[in-house]
Design a protein around this ligand. Structure first.
Ligand SMILES: [Zn+2]
Length: 244
């Protein structure tokens, strides 16, 4: 029987028939995997809660003709419970797995897997503000896929910074000559926060004002939506809440 093992994060699940579920996984070595978990919705399931969203597991899969079949699952990190009890952690985790689900096969690398596991673990432990963990995750996930926003030099002409405008459609911070008429000017503190989020400078991130954090979050959401063509539904949800 052609079977294989891998470490995976559960991105999403949906019902199949009476008791089964199709699970979408981001794996460490096999990219994205869609597999059937049989009997997982029965209370007596041997999988327990190990194949719920945000869970990290070591799984053994059987290669099926269209979908693979999960044979075994051992928990490597049960972050779901600690995430689900806090609304802000849940919405951030949801946006993270949704962004990961948008990765194409070539982008679904081991680095993306490790970045997502690290982000979910930080959310579950409440290491920083949930939105900051999401923002840092989105910037780095896009950078791994070759879409890092330009933050120092002008994203369009390369003129050295610092610059005052961030334009998602142009790829990041742009100089005065390249900024379209009416482009909003970004507070220098928010511009520095973008760099800290990208670099993982958590002391600077945690010390940022709520105004700078909100400005940076809005730009990162706009930038992520621009690049992940179909848009991230849960991000739109969070943005509208921030605006209220
Ligand atoms: Zn320029």
């Amino acid at each position: 029987m052609p079977t294989y093992r891998d470490e995976v994060v559960v991105l999403r699940t949906h019902k199949l028939g009476e008791a089964d579920r199709i699970v979408t996984l981001l794996s460490r070595r096999h990219g994205k995997i869609r597999a059937v978990a049989k009997g997982v919705r029965r209370t007596t399931s041997r999988f327990g809660a190990r194949l719920e969203p945000f869970m990290v597991a070591d799984v053994q899969l059987y290669e099926g003709r269209s979908l693979d079949i999960v044979q075994q699952a051992e928990s490597l990190g049960s972050y779901g419970a600690d995430i689900a009890v806090h609304y802000d952690r849940y919405t951030s985790a949801h946006a993270m797995v949704e962004a990961a689900d948008r990765l194409n096969e070539a982008e679904a690398t081991a680095q993306q897997y490790l970045l997502l596991v690290g982000g979910l673990r930080a959310l579950a432990r409440g290491e920083h503000a949930s939105r900051s963990i999401l923002d840092s995750y989105l910037l780095r996930a896009m950078a791994l896929s070759g879409w890092a926003p330009g933050l120092a030099e002008c994203a369009r002409c390369g003129a050295p910074g610092p610059h005052e405008s961030f334009v998602a459609q142009l790829g990041g911070m742009v100089c005065r000559d390249c900024a379209p008429t009416g482009a909003a000017r970004l507070d220098p503190a928010a511009a520095r926060l973008l760099e800290a989020l990208m670099a993982g400078e958590w002391d600077a991130v945690d010390a940022a004002s709520s105004g700078a954090s909100a400005a940076a979050s809005g730009l990162i959401a706009a930038y992520a939506q621009w690049h992940l063509e179909r848009g991230i539904r849960s991000l739109a949800h969070i943005s509208s809440e921030t605006a209220r």
